[in-house]
Design a protein around this ligand. Structure first.
Ligand code: BGP
Length: 486
């Protein structure tokens, strides 16, 4: 039989984000966060509205008002704030040694600008990390994953505002100081490139709050502020805690030319380059010239001191998410359009498509691994990969998600082939989803990713009971093979 080998210290895990699972939006002193304003509205969704991108100031006000009166907030998340001991126990039984999540900024600083951190917020994560370590599971922590205190949006200018960058630094330093003995792996900002696609959920930017400004400039200024903050916290960690490591993180979508017309190839290189720009900055320490000239044209404020901070404080590993691929064409008229994790592209006739229209491409993952390793020669880490699908629960409490098993098996197989043949360094693999959770792009519950089913619907009805899916048992079996996988 053919076996694939993974390094003995390979990290196998699951991944999630605080705002998508925790719930408890107003418990133990937590403040309102931007994610608390994003709610699923079936009528609007039908009309193509994407809450995480298109939200307006008046919708935010309405959401806050409704939240206070009818408590719909319980619909955000799957109650992980209370169920984490049982959830982690179940996950530990799969054999994982890694758990990626984020720390909700609004639990630690409810308004972002509070004079002192909220001790109860710190305590929650202390308990969570202790629980993980009880099972020898190492946490990987994202400091900013589509969540920030809403006050920093309403009374400041979110990530556009240098003061907010300072508040982020204060939050980040406090949590690193507090948790450095429990958390070795840190990722400052989730999918740092995502600010270009959904500036609200990534950086709290609401277009109508900048009436006299070029919104593109606002986005790029906020992007620059995020790069500086990520470099500053990397510096802080490296200077104070030499045993900790820091990753950059981008969304990796494989992009092919629609056909061999060189103009389509050029287009695919341009689209890929846009996301590599982001890892280039965090790994190589320099703004690529194409991006720098764009920032200059937009008159984005950048100081020499900031550029030096970015240059001198690069990340230790290259983390990325991978779900899907697209094709590109210089002229898309008449071509079928598809999407991959919020990037639009041309449909690829060689690939199947998920329930949510993302094309399934395991070989694309191998290409990304090769591309990223050749580009940086730094250890890689797949921190998100999974399938969003409509699952159904049988009367006997089973979920037969063979399509998810198929997705995971094929992607992991390509990863193993790459490890064996392509001369890459890979630290680990975290499948996206532990329990089901609220989808980031659609805010729906019915777009399910987990190994564990949660009884909850898009409108918040359900018992929150957990059921182990077939994919749970499949992952458990896979991990039981250790470092030699058939
Ligand atoms: C990534 C995000 C996650 C997650 C995932 C799946 O881009 O980092 O937060 O949600 O995509 O996307 P979705 O939930 O929109 O299906």
């Amino acid at each position: 039989m053919k076996y694939y080998h993974v390094p003995q210290d390979f990290r196998w895990g699951v991944a999630t984000a605080a705002n998508q699972v925790e719930g408890a939006w107003n418990e133990d002193g937590k403040g309102l966060s931007i994610a608390d304003c994003e709610r699923y509205d079936p009528k609007k969704a039908k009309a193509g509205y994407k809450v995480a991108n298109d939200i307006t100031s008046s919708e935010i006000q309405k959401a806050i008002k409704d939240k206070k009166s009818d408590g719909w907030g319980k619909r955000h998340g799957v109650n992980f704030y209370h169920t984490y001991p049982e959830d982690i126990k179940k996950l530990a039984a799969t054999g994982i040694n890694t758990f990626r999540t984020s720390i909700a900024w609004s639990r630690i600083f409810p308004n972002g600008d509070d004079p002192e951190p909220n001790e109860k917020g710190l305590k929650f994560y202390d308990n969570l990390f202790d629980e993980l370590h009880k099972y020898n599971i190492e946490p990987i922590i994202t400091l900013s994953h589509y969540e920030m205190p809403l006050n920093l949006v309403l009374n400041y200018d979110a990530w556009y505002d240098p003061k907010v960058r300072d508040y982020f630094m204060r939050f980040a330093k406090i949590v690193v100081d507090h948790f450095h003995k429990k958390v070795k792996y840190w990722i400052p900002i989730n999918e740092i490139d995502s600010i270009l696609r959904h500036p609200f959920s990534s950086a709290g930017l609401v277009k109508d709050r900048f009436p006299n400004k070029n919104f593109e400039k606002v986005i790029y200024q906020a992007m620059h502020n995020q790069f500086v903050a990520a470099a500053l916290i990397t510096k802080y960690i490296h200077e104070n805690y030499t045993d900790l490591v820091v990753g950059s993180m981008i969304t990796s979508t494989m992009v092919y030319p629609y056909n061999s017309d060189p103009r389509n190839s050029l287009k695919s290189v341009q689209v890929m380059r846009e996301s590599y720009n982001f890892s280039d900055i965090q790994i190589r320490g320099n703004y690529p010239l194409n991006l720098l000239s764009k920032l200059k044209k937009l008159n984005v404020k950048i100081t020499e001191k900031e550029l030096k901070v970015i240059r001198d404080n690069t990340a230790d590993f290259v983390a990325f998410s991978y779900y899907s691929s697209i094709c590109t064409a210089f002229d898309t008229i008449g071509l079928k359009i598809t999407k991959a994790n919020r990037t639009e592209g041309v449909y690829n006739k060689y690939l199947p498509t998920s329930d949510w229209g993302w094309q399934i491409d395991p070989v694309g993952l191998r290409i990304i691994l090769i591309n990223l390793y050749d580009r940086y020669q730094k250890p890689l880490f797949i921190v998100e990969n999974g399938l969003g699908a409509k699952d159904s629960l049988t009367e006997s409490g089973k979920v037969h998600d063979d399509y998810r098993i198929d997705y995971l098996r094929k992607h992991i197989r390509q990863m193993l082939i790459s490890l064996e043949n392509d001369g890459i360094e890979l630290m680990g693999y975290c499948m996206w989803g532990m329990t089901d959770m609220i989808s980031a792009s659609t805010t729906q519950m019915s777009k399910r990713y987990g190994l564990i089913y949660v009884d909850l619907d898009d409108l918040g009805n359900g018992s929150y009971r957990r059921y182990l899916k077939d994919s749970y048992f499949w992952y458990q079996k896979l991990l039981s093979f250790g470092d030699k996988i058939p």
